[in-house]
Design a protein around this ligand. Structure first.
Ligand code: 3HC
Length: 390
């Protein structure tokens, strides 16, 4: 199979990520089989795609003919067997439960054409584990989009332990051929199957840091978000947690706790909000209120003068050096690229921290680690030695 052979795609799961992935692939000329477990779920996904594209037509950014063609190329399924029977590529975007994902891969492997590539949009889970559930482990990879796929350009292409070079190259070139509303998608190679891959992994200590600060009553989320927004970031970290979903955040924390360190223990407030069904944007309330899905209005005058954004950047750099040490990312520049296009930022953490000097970045991580009693934040040897090429 070649990249140009990828014409028909099954997107498994029509939720927040699945419908956005289907939209981007359909806009780029692919035929989509959109699957979910009930007709209601799959219709809901197609309705969101329709609404999103209708806005483009209303703004005269898309012709009515293109709209009709794209919508006509998305077909809805509630049978996995039918959804994958004639595809070139599957992109699974089911809930973040590894056993569920393995079950989907096992079943899809039995029904999909033998040369089809089976990929997962998981945020952090083991691609190798999903590959093991199939009889084609060399044709399984990660293809990880960012929320919302129609606006965020990054896609991580992830190599599991058994993924072949051909599969990696086909997936990478396929992503290079996709466009969302902001232009060409930007693929980044993740060369080893590690929890959180690049973007979510570099942000994992930030999530832990923010959770701890809030838990200990050291910060007001709105004041931190206002401070971070004042640097040009499109969203502050607490609003982003709400935006992507506090259930996703809790699952991610649990996964990091099991696979990175017991220090990634979900905070009391995160568990409480989850138990109360306050999951953020999707339920209308989380850390903030999201009336009808509308973004919370952040009072920028509240920006916390004592919150130093460089603390966050230093933690990101330190985590990034762990990915360099492990050979997950090929360079610091590639990590910066992922952080720019995955989060809509102007610069990546290595570029932002470079002028501080790596020694100072290491000292800052050590100080944060001591303040909160979290060993995960301790600087790596690479950072302490300043062994970073940029
Ligand atoms: N689909 C299509 N278009 C959308 C959209 C969506 N879901 N959301 C927003 N848009 C469009 C709007 O129509 C609008 O278009 P226009 O400029 O042509 O009028 C434009 O985006 C701007 O939208 P808004 O004015 O409503 O709001 P913003 O300017 O704040 O943009 C945002 C929204 C693009 C989400 C921006 O806030 C942003 O970039 N936020 C950061 C998001 C981020 O960091 N994502 C990564 C999360 S981590 C992740 O996904 C990992 C995963 O594993 C969990």
């Amino acid at each position: 199979m070649k990249q140009s052979d990828i014409k028909k795609i099954a997107v498994i799961g029509a939720g927040d990520m699945g419908h956005g992935i289907a939209e981007v692939c359909a806009m780029s000329g692919c035929t989509i089989n959109l699957y979910d477990i009930t007709q209601e779920f799959v219709d809901n996904g197609k309705r969101k795609i329709t609404q999103s594209l209708e806005k483009q037509v209303a703004k005269q950014k898309m012709s009515q003919d293109d709209f009709n063609q794209i919508i006509g190329s998305i077909h809805c399924y509630t049978s996995l067997k039918e959804a994958v029977s004639d595809i070139d590529l599957m992109i699974e975007a089911a809930p973040e439960v590894l056993d569920l994902k393995k079950k989907i891969f096992r079943e899809a492997d039995g029904y999909a054409p033998k040369d089809a590539i089976l990929a997962s949009n998981t945020s952090s889970m083991s691609i190798t584990g999903m590959a093991e559930a199939t009889g084609r482990p060399d044709q399984v990879a990660g293809i990880h989009f960012f929320n919302p796929p129609a606006m965020m350009k990054l896609v991580e292409v992830i190599r599991g332990d058994t993924t072949s070079d051909d599969t990696m190259n086909i997936c990478y070139e396929f992503i290079e051929g996709l466009n969302n509303f902001r232009g060409a998608m930007v693929p980044v190679r993740v060369e080893k199957d590690t929890p959180g891959f690049i973007f979510n992994r570099v942000n994992a200590p930030v999530g832990l840091y923010m959770a701890e600060l809030y838990d200990k009553g050291f910060v007001d989320p709105e004041a931190v978000d206002a401070k971070i927004r004042s640097t040009g970031a499109p969203m502050g970290p607490y609003e982003l947690m709400d935006y992507t979903g506090l259930d996703i955040n809790l699952n991610g924390m649990e996964y990091s706790r099991a696979n990175l360190s017991p220090e990634f223990k979900p905070s009391g407030w995160l568990k409480k909000l989850n138990e109360a069904g306050k999951l953020g944007k999707k339920t209308g309330e989380g850390i903030y209120k999201w009336p009808g899905g509308a973004r919370p209005v952040i009072d920028m005058s509240k920006a916390d003068p004592n919150f130093d954004v460089m603390d966050v950047v230093c933690l990101q750099v330190n985590e990034g050096t762990k990915l360099l040490e492990a050979g997950v990312a090929v360079s610091a520049a590639e990590i910066d690229k992922a952080m720019i296009y995955g989060g809509g930022n102007a610069f990546g953490p290595f570029t932002l921290a470079k002028d501080m000097g790596w020694q100072k970045v290491a000292e800052r991580c050590e100080a944060i680690s001591n303040k909160l009693g979290i060993k995960w934040f301790l600087p790596t040897e690479t950072l302490k030695k300043g062994d970073i090429q940029l």
